[in-house]
Structures are given as C-alpha cells and as structure tokens.
Design a protein around this ligand. Sequence first.
Ligand code: F3S
Ligand code: F3S
Length: 109
Amino acid sequence: MTYVIGEPCVDIRDKACVDECPVDCIYEGQRMLYIHPDECVDCAACEPVCPVEAIVYIDDATDEWQPYVAANADFFADLGSPGGARGLGRQSFDAPLVSQQPRKDVAEH
Ligand code: F3S
Ligand code: F3S
C-alpha cells in the first residue's frame, strides 16, 4: 500500500513531507511531489506535516482523490523505481493529470 499526494500540493510544493520520509520515496516533479507507490513503507510520518493536507492513505482516498492515486503511479512510468529521491532532484515534467491543472497564483520557490 502507499500514501498518495493529491491536488492541494500542485504549485504549492511545501516539501515538509520530504524531510520526514525515512525511505526518501517522495519525488519532486515540476509542479507537484509524488510518492512512489512501491517504495513507500506506510510509516505515516509525512501525512500530518503537510500544511495543505495534500497527503492521504490510499485506502482513505475519496472518489475525488482517485485520479491522483493514478497520477502518483503515472509519474514513475519512465523513472521506474529509482530507490531514492534526493539524488534525482526536481524533474522537468509531471504526471499528465498535473500538467493539465490550471496554475495557482503562488510565488515560484
Ligand atoms: Fe506537497 Fe504538502 Fe509535501 S504541499 S510537497 S505534499 S508537504
Ligand atoms: Fe510513505 Fe510518507 Fe512514510 S511517503 S514511507 S508514509 S513518510
């Protein structure tokens, strides 16, 4: 199983979650971060630290959240299982669903 990052993360990218993850499985796309569904060990450390409540356990994903369950997996279609996010850094792409989202009016950081 896995935790999943959803729409509230798009363009916000707070990254507090990254510092909590013991297995470095939260990867950075261009506009959002993604949890690797096979690398996540369900420790739950990331979920409470996100300021916009963008992280849910997969079993708690509502119908509205389901497209992001797929998006978290889609992001890794070409990357496979890198085994660690820090070495990879920010990628220049997103899952297709995320690329299609309207931009939020927030400062780039
Ligand atoms: Fe995104 Fe929240 Fe992490 S905004 S980067 S899921 S702390
Ligand atoms: Fe998974 Fe979050 Fe822990 S991504 S490994 S539940 S910090």
